[in-house]
Each structure stands twice: as structure tokens, then as C-alpha cells.
Ligand binder design. Structure first.
Ligand code: TMP
Length: 239
């Protein structure tokens, strides 16, 4: 029997606990929403449950599509077990459609299909506001090797295809998303963290209505009913 140990890390939206297995962590999703690198912060009842359930469902879909992640299993509405990782301090963003900081940086409207998916790296450092960096920076700061950079990009493209297929069935257009990777105990690169409406831009396929955290970031409305709708649609396409 796996048992919960001491708190080892507290992030903006989750807590990580040790377990009696040194290679397994216990995650608790919190009712917390943040934006602007933590400057905007609110307690939102029900959010922890929704993100835990959505992330678990997505990792299960990916597993069926042959894509491994750190996800082991959902334990309860707000808790899951994951494989312990040494995290790579990178946010790997893939964009299919212009939006957010990309649209702003290049002075473009949101919603324009890109000719091919664009992958970007951001260095995870709160005190620097997670700066945009390139492959040379990643190599120079020894965040990953050249082989790992190639692996990260290839894995991200494959995950994009699997997510596009999954969300399309749910009537959702995948605009962009952020992934994080870690190395497991064997040193293998594995998809980690979460995939949820906090970390993806999801637009309704017929109306382009926002079904993601931009509602919170831009003060456009309540995220809870929208996250419930994403979960409902993902549950409906389960095989
Ligand atoms: P951006 O357009 O603000 O750079 O965001 C790109 C995607 O990455 C979007 O789906 C939201 C996600 N994201 C995170 O998950 N965490 C972050 O800290 C940031 C900046 C973006």
C-alpha cells in the first residue's frame, strides 16, 4: 500500500508529497488560480478537482496513444500519484495558432493558423519572469543536451498530434500549450507536470469561445463552468 509522506514542494496550484516509495510522489491539486507570474491570485472553489480530473483524463488518453508521462493514477478527486522526476527547468510551448504572448510579440491578431507548429522554450525562473530563450541558451546554461533538445521537440510534436486528435473529437481547437519534462530515475526524458485548461489555449471548434484560463487572465468570466464543460466533453469521448 502506498502511503502519503511529508510535503516536499508547494507550487502555485499544487502540492507534492513524498510517499513510502522513493520513486513515487503524491500530488494534491489546489483551489488556486494565478496569472502574471503570481501577481494575480485567487482561491477558486472546485478548480483543484477539475484540473486533477482533466489532467488525469488527458494523460490517460495520451497513454492510449502510446505517449508515456509521469502520471501513474488518479487517487481521488484532487489527488494523483506520479513518477518522481528531476525536472528540466524549461517550459516547452507549442503554438498551432497565433495567440497570447506570440500575437503580442509579433503584432498579430489572435486566431491565425500557423504554417507549421512553432516550438518555443522559456526558462523557468520566477524571479526573471520565465524569459523566452533559444537552443543556444539551453545548451550554454546546461539545461539540456543537444540530443535532449531534439528529443524534447520530437516528443512535443508527437504530443501535439495526439492532443489535436483528442480535442477535435471533443469539438475543441487546440491553439497552443505548455509542457514540462523531467528525467526519471533511469535518466529517461518523460512528459511531466499537468495538461489542463491552465496550460493550454482551447477554443470551441465552432464558436471560437475561450474554454481555458484566458477567461481568468483577462477577467472575461468564471472559469469553473468552462473547465466543467471541457471535462464533460473529454469524458464523453473516452473509449
Ligand atoms: P503565452 O502566449 O502567454 O506565452 O502562453 C502560451 C501557452 O503556454 C498558453 O497555452 C498558456 C501556457 N502557459 C503556461 O502554461 N504557463 C505559463 O507560465 C505561461 C506564460 C504560459
Amino acid at each position: 500500500m502506498i502511503s502519503k509522506g511529508e510535503l516536499i514542494y508547494e507550487g502555485k496550484a499544487k502540492q507534492l508529497f513524498a510517499t513510502n516509495d522513493e520513486n513515487v510522489l503524491w500530488v494534491e491539486y489546489l483551489n488556486q488560480a494565478t496569472a502574471l507570474n503570481g501577481l494575480k491570485k485567487d482561491a477558486i472553489l472546485g478548480k483543484g478537482e477539475l484540473n486533477n480530473q482533466i489532467t488525469s483524463t488527458i494523460f490517460e488518453h495520451l497513454r492510449q496513444a502510446g505517449i508515456k508521462s509521469h502520471f501513474i493514477k488518479k487517487l481521488s478527486k484532487t489527488e494523483q500519484l506520479i513518477e518522481k522526476m528531476t525536472m528540466i527547468p524549461l517550459e516547452v510551448v507549442l503554438r498551432n495558432v497565433t495567440a497570447g504572448s506570440f500575437a503580442k510579440r509579433f503584432g498579430l491578431d489572435e486566431g491565425i493558423n500557423l504554417k507549421q507548429p512553432i516550438i518555443e522554450f522559456y526558462y523557468k525562473a520566477d524571479e526573471l519572469d520565465d524569459p523566452f530563450i533559444n537552443d543556444a541558451h539551453v545548451l550554454n546554461f546546461e539545461l539540456a543536451t543537444a540530443e535532449e533538445i531534439a528529443e524534447l521537440k520530437q516528443a512535443t510534436l508527437e504530443i501535439n498530434q495526439a492532443l489535436i486528435t483528442m480535442f477535435k473529437k471533443a469539438g475543441i481547437r487546440l491553439i497552443d500549450f505548455k509542457l514540462e519534462f523531467g528525467r526519471n530515475a533511469k535518466g529517461v526524458l518523460v512528459l511531466a507536470d499537468e495538461i489542463s485548461p491552465d496550460t493550454c489555449r482551447l477554443w470551441d471548434a465552432s464558436t471560437n469561445e475561450h474554454l481555458d484560463k484566458d477567461l481568468y487572465r483577462r477577467d472575461l468570466g468564471d472559469i469553473v463552468p468552462v473547465y466543467q464543460e471541457v471535462l464533460r466533453r473529454l469524458d464523453a469521448i473516452k473509449e
